[in-house]
Ligand binder design. Sequence first.
Ligand SMILES: [Zn+2]
Length: 192
Amino acid sequence: MNRIGQGVDIHPFADPLDNGRPLILGGVRISETGGLAGHSDADAVLHAVTDALLGAVGAGDIGHYFPSTDERWRNADSSQFVREAKRILDEMNAEIENLDVTIIAQQPKLSPHRDAMIASIAHLLSLPQGHVNVKATTTDHLGFIGRGEGICAMAIVLVAMEGEAGLSPAERESAEPRLRTAEQRLRRLQQD
Ligand SMILES: [Zn+2]
């Protein structure tokens, strides 16, 4: 059984007077300043990827596991969010078929960083790089992105799931205890 998941995330650019933040996308440090504002490291790409993974297996969303009200995730490296989502997929025997990411940004120019982002995401998900695609586009100066106020990232993932983790209601019921187990384990991790 194949299942599909989608993730969308938007962050505004941080106030440059606020000492500047590095711009981190897809786990890659794009620049030392000109970064995005957010509770964590504001990696909109990895947040969209996390949500797409969780969505594909019906495991909720990133805010459920890593709420932005939680001090533990202040300035957090977002790669840990992707890793946790991957662990949940692994527990549900969900294998990633492919992942496609679109970044919408008027600036900076992201094409020079495309290969690095693909390598970084593929590494986080233990995937061959051929299973990951990253592309960037602009809005031709339209709207808040066109005015350079923020960046949007979108991710879509296809996963293959075996047997009981499929779609029928009975199969769904049997998957839920595993979801609960994953959440309990995460809570224990957070308490340590
Ligand atoms: Zn985000």
